[in-house]
Design a protein around this ligand. Structure first.
Ligand code: NAP
Length: 234
């Protein structure tokens, strides 16, 4: 499968590396490939993220292209951009390049402009997942993986025991294909919980304040939500 991972930060790279290890073709999307490759300082929102060119050198099979070219080439798209710029990025990617494709949205609409802790915008009566689906009605948006650290997304065994990942989306076939992808990452079928339509993205995005508080208290990110009683009743 050909994946376009929109976003060159820690999350985009982690997803890309895992997809490549599974034999998929991956192009990462960025604003300006030459500028991204020329950067020498830490990249993205994480001060610990190495310059893109150094990462690229270790991942020679990963392609890099402007958002529109990456989206054009991808059969499946991943939104791994900051939630506050996701609509801008997807607009640059081009609505025509999203039409009919599964768009995995793992972004969180965190607004850090007022300092720490960030606030969610949108929230309560809307969500980023819904906003993306409304803005790009031809895309088959599946919200998932946004409720855990990116290392856990692609390697759930980092967290001991059973723990859960959520799916939200209006397109059942799209959710089925994302479920298969999650299983290829190592998620047991019973640990993938389909919450329903894209409106349920509200709830999973609003878990972020809890997740961020837990990370602060625990001092690490290798944890996840476990939903006791999630197995269907006999
Ligand atoms: P990030 O470093 O904040 O952003 C990466 C991408 O955003 C880059 O490709 C960058 O483009 C693009 N970008 C930044 N500002 C832009 C602007 N003004 N206009 C257009 N594009 C812009 O991302 P991240 O830390 O990897 O996180 C990605 C998403 O995953 C976020 O929504 C985050 O909330 C979510 N998430 C993160 C984790 C985690 O473990 N960190 C876990 C769950 C969910 P360039 O390539 O051109 O620089």
């Amino acid at each position: 499968m050909r994946y376009a991972v929109l976003g060159t930060g820690a999350v985009g790279r982690t997803l890309a590396e895992r997809l490549l290890s599974l034999g998929h073709d991956v192009v990462l999307g960025t604003r300006d490939p030459a500028a991204t490759l020329a950067r020498t300082g830490p990249a993205g929102s994480g001060a610990q993220v190495e310059p893109y060119a150094a990462w690229q050198a270790g991942h020679p099979r990963a392609g890099l292209a402007a958002f529109a070219e990456a989206a054009r080439s991808g059969e499946v798209l991943v939104n791994a951009t900051g939630g506050r710029v996701s609509i801008e990025v997807l607009t640059a990617a081009g609505a025509g390049h999203l039409d009919g494709k599964v768009l995995i949205d793992l972004a969180n609409p965190l607004d850090f402009s007022g300092g720490w802790p960030p606030v969610l915008d949108p929230a309560n009566s809307d969500s980023l997942g819904e906003l993306i689906q409304r803005t790009f009605p031809g895309a088959r948006v599946v919200k998932t993986l946004n409720t855990m650290n990116c290392a856990v997304m692609v390697d759930p065994a980092r967290v001991p025991g059973d723990h859960h990942v959520f799916l939200s989306g209006d397109d059942e076939d799209a959710k089925s294909s994302v479920r298969e992808l999650l299983q290829s990452f190592g998620w047991p079928p019973d640990c993938i919980l389909d919450l329903g339509g894209i409106q349920t993205a509200r709830g999973v995005e609003m878990l972020l304040p809890v997740w961020l508080t837990l990370m602060g208290r625990l001092g690490h990110a290798d944890f996840n939500f476990h939903i006791q009683g999630a197995r269907p009743r006999a």
